[in-house]
Write a protein that binds this ligand. Sequence first.
Ligand code: SAM
Length: 377
Amino acid sequence: MPNFKAKYIKNLTLPISVGEVEFKFKTKTQLGKTLVYTSINNSSFFIELNEKNNEFVVKIDKLTKITDLALMQKALEAFEKTFCDEIISKAYHYNKFKELASNVISSPKDFKELINSLDNAYLEIGFGSGRHLLYQAKNNPQNTYIGIEIHKPSLIQVSKLAKDLNNIYLLDFDARIAIKELNNSCLNGIYLHFPVPWDDAPYRRVVSNEFKNECERVLKENGFFELRSDSLMYAEYTKNIFSDLDYDYFKNKDARIISKYESRWLKMNKDIYDFVCYVRNKKNLNQEIINQKINFKINFNKLNFIKHIDEDFFLKISRIYECDNAKIIQIAYGGFDTPSSSYLLCKENEEFEFLFHDFCPNTLNLKAFIKLKEFLQ
Ligand SMILES: C[S@@+](CC[C@H](N)C(=O)[O-])C[C@H]1O[C@@H](n2cnc3c(N)ncnc32)[C@H](O)[C@@H]1O
């Protein structure tokens, strides 16, 4: 994460615009830490100032970081030039990085907005060399394909290969977290090809019970989830998790396009498994809980650090920041394998707002916020 160290930070008189960068407001310093709400090119995040041993470490807050490294570096550079004196060390070099191509989405919030604006959207998780994603986009110009990949070099490479296609977008994020940002019934299909099986560490797998619930929630009626894998164990594991849906299961089915990993396994004469399932009846979802309204007025007298662990979800308020006329709560919540984190902006006698990204109404997140309401309303 880009950062620098400075000996002095001047008085932060906000809001202020520096070129394209806007520093909007700051929290009061708590335990040596201050957050500065920063916006650039429609993306927002916190710049974090940590005071320790008479020097300041200035970096991007981990929870709100965006995909576009160049934008975060540009914001840090503007912060450094405007507010800092005596730079001790610097671990970012804006000029060395190219800004990401226009087909790269900067944040899960943009990802959600983009998908909501599309009629025929398909998601590929862990696209690697991108052969399948590019093939689909070239052959189906009426559809839009969004690839999510945590390996940045793959993202940059595929972004270049896709520069002449206007129906591909890429996001570098953990798909298990990004999918939680999406609205209900917004995708036609989800591809997961040759995921790492993680036989020794199943909690790192993309597929889990919670992931299945998310797929059911975000897929449209008759939408599909497709797994292709060389691991019989992973294919069987996925089949068990999705077994209450309609599904097809194939061994060594002809592929539309052979991915880099697949060609490696084929050379070794390995069997390939396809598991495809369909969401036939969206009404099965618990609409009542999904419709539940989660915003409420937080009673400042009850506001405190909470740590609550329930049967299948948890809730933790880890920091409370003071601002001039508000408080910002840093909160972690949701399922144990797929936790979410948010910042809530709370003003006295007003409903709180989610900063940076909206609430994702999956069942475990909802349970956590219903519990939060019990604690804080
Ligand atoms: C074994 S490779 C397969 C790549 C490609 N699908 C193929 O068939 O050649 C798995 C890919 O999934 C990506 N990946 C793993 N976990 C992920 C996650 N939680 N979210 C997004 N991508 C992930 C990895 O970075 C890696 O590129």
